[in-house]
Design a protein around this ligand. Structure first.
Ligand code: AMP
Length: 560
């Protein structure tokens, strides 16, 4: 036996496992509810029973620790059940990014080596198209809403509700190391194949506790409280919907899952269930606030964490005017994801509203257990201060160990023992992270680096601008010059012109808020901006489109 001072074998029960997140809710909130769209409401007692049955069913299907199980669903109670039952069985939950192309989806399923797929019928046509390329998939289980029959023309191996009803609860969940992989999903980089990131049980548990502590401990109007009603507005396939379904379930909160994001239904659910806590990328907030039915929602009760992309100041202001308590946050796929949240420090709690607004719209303050630094190009740590801009690098217990099966990518990500984010940032003198741009998005004009985010913020301050993206385009004289694509607000269409926006930029140059080279910015008014698979503005897609449009005519060469 180990001496208590020299432990080489973990003590039984000491591992941090996802199943431990469920102990409290069993007794604390068995009658609290989890709702799916306007279709179904379950109590936690029922959800926990279904998780136990799912465990028994997975065991009967031959799922063993180390297997990978893929899920293709919109945000649902089923997804929540799989968030728990799959890792608790010792298998890794592959949350398939259903917004990728069919080829990319098949590629990720093959690469992950999924043996069983749980699929909403909306994705069956897509799977039918690539079924012979699914590699190791042995079984496909369909999950129609309300147990409706499986659509004709597709032979599934089982149906979710039927399988659950027939299954025996698992009884005893298997034991394994807390370092076993619990979740896995793929990010789409700027080049090459999607990259798989993965997280262990220990990491998910620590992330849940870390995020919970950061969000709940603050004595301010943004805190995540047990009495909150929670609805996620970031897809469950993307970084576990920021991990908050694990937290909301651990705390036994009332939860609502919206299924496929349909703006009118989202607004209806926000109002009907009096949702008080959610989180999303800026483009989703933009879409909700500009929807014709947005006036039907009482926004004052909503606390909303905005992250995943820079928060445009104009949007933040608009949300604040509608009464939403917005709070900036920062993270990425590789970081599980929560790294920083823009809480106000206790000493600033009595500051005027404008000062507090300035704080909560910053990138964020590192949450407990996160170490965040800006590194210079030689990998040296930069001191705090806005003139000390470098690459943001991180250490925390919940950062991905690497990219699955991609040693080169992993080495690049983890150079010198720091996770390199690819974001340009400084740490301000109060300790908040300030992202100034993404390395790939910064615009190099005649040897100087100009932040695309800074130009976007300046254009976004024009009252006629609804959305804007700025990218660098090649230029013979300057190397690159900025190009802005702007979507106007409905009321500005036909009155505000690109010339007006140029004048606005000149005024910003004169008042010193942007770099003088911003004068080179070309401006195009467009109907919509391209979006990524997770709903962010797709600058890569925009750059590619502009490269094709600007390619010399009569020349067969295409950009890579
Ligand atoms: P993803 O891996 O798709 O979640 O994207 C992560 C990237 O989104 C980060 O590396 C940042 O470039 C960007 N991002 C996330 N949160 C913020 C934020 N608060 N401000 C600026 N950029 C952000």
């Amino acid at each position: 036996m180990d001496s208590p001072f020299l432990v080489t074998t973990p003590r039984p029960g000491s591992a941090l496992l996802i199943r431990d997140l469920l102990h409290r809710v069993r007794a604390w909130a068995p009658q609290q509810t989890v709702t799916y769209r306007n279709l179904l409401t379950l109590t936690y007692a029922e959800v926990l029973d279904r998780i136990d049955r799912l465990g028994g069913w997975l065991r009967d299907l031959g799922v063993v620790p180390g297997d990978r199980i893929g899920v293709m669903d919109w945000d649902s109670h089923r997804y929540l059940e799989l968030y728990f039952a799959v890792p608790m069985s010792g298998a890794a939950l592959h949350t398939v990014n259903v917004r990728l192309t069919p080829e990319q989806i098949a590629w990720t399923i093959r690469h992950a080596g999924d043996s069983v797929l749980f699929v909403h019928p909306d994705f069956l046509p897509l799977l039918a198209a690539c079924r012979e390329h699914l590699g190791s998939v042995r079984r496909i289980i369909v999950m129609p809403d309300g147990g409706a029959p499986v659509p004709a023309g597709f032979k599934a191996d089982a149906e979710y509700e039927t399988g659950l009803a027939a299954a025996r609860p698992i009884g005893a969940w298997p034991s394994f190391s807390e370092d076993a992989v619990a979740t896995l999903f793929y990010t789409t980089g700027t080049t090459g194949d999607p990259k798989g990131v993965y997280f262990s049980h220990r990491q998910i548990v620590l992330h849940t506790l870390g995020a919970g502590l950061a969000l709940a401990v603050q004595d301010d109007p943004f805190a995540f409280r047990a009495s909150d009603v929670y609805l996620p507005l970031t897809p469950m396939f993307h970084v576990h919907a920021w991990g908050l379904p694990y937290l909301a379930t651990m705390l036994g909160m009332k939860q609502v899952y919206p299924g496929k994001y349909e703006p009118a239904l989202l607004l209806e659910l926000l109002e009907r269930h009096a949702i008080t806590f959610s989180h999303c990328v800026p483009t989703i907030l933009q879409m909700l606030l500009h929807h014709p039915a947005s006036g039907t929602v009482d926004w004052h009760r909503l606390k909303l964490v905005i992250g995943g992309a820079a928060l445009p100041p104009g949007l933040a202001r608009h949300a604040q005017e509608r009464g939403i308590r917005i709070l900036g946050g920062y993270g990425m796929s590789e970081t599980c994801p929560i790294i920083a949240v823009a809480h106000v420090k206790p000493e600033d709690a009595d500051a005027d509203a404008e000062t507090r607004f300035g704080i909560v719209t910053r990138t964020g303050f590192p949450v407990p257990l996160v170490e965040a630094v800006a590194l210079d190009p030689l990998g040296r740590r930069l001191p705090p201060g806005r003139n000390n801009v470098g690459e943001l690098a991180l250490r925390a217990p919940w950062l991905t160990a690497g990219y699955l099966g991609n040693e080169e990518g992993t080495e690049r990500l983890w150079r010198d023992g720091w996770l390199h984010t690819g974001d340009i940032a400084y740490i301000d003198t109060e300790g908040y992270i300030r992202i100034t741009d993404r390395l790939k998005d910064v615009i190099k004009i005649g040897g100087e680096w100009i932040s695309s985010l800074e130009l976007e913020a300046a254009l976004g301050r024009h009252p006629g601008v609804r959305e804007v993206a700025v990218v660098g385009v090649p230029d013979a004289k300057w190397d690159e010059r900025p190009h802005a694509e702007v979507v106007l607000r409905d009321e500005a269409r036909g009155t505000v012109t690109a010339r007006d926006l140029q004048h606005h930029l000149h005024a910003c140059i004169e008042d010193g808020s942007i770099h003088k080279r911003a004068i080179l910015t070309g401006i195009a008014l467009v109907g919509a901006l391209p979006k990524t698979s997770v709903g962010k503005i797709d600058k890569k897609g925009l750059r590619e489109r502009l490269a094709v449009e600007n390619a010399p005519k009569g020349n067969d060469r295409r950009p890579n």
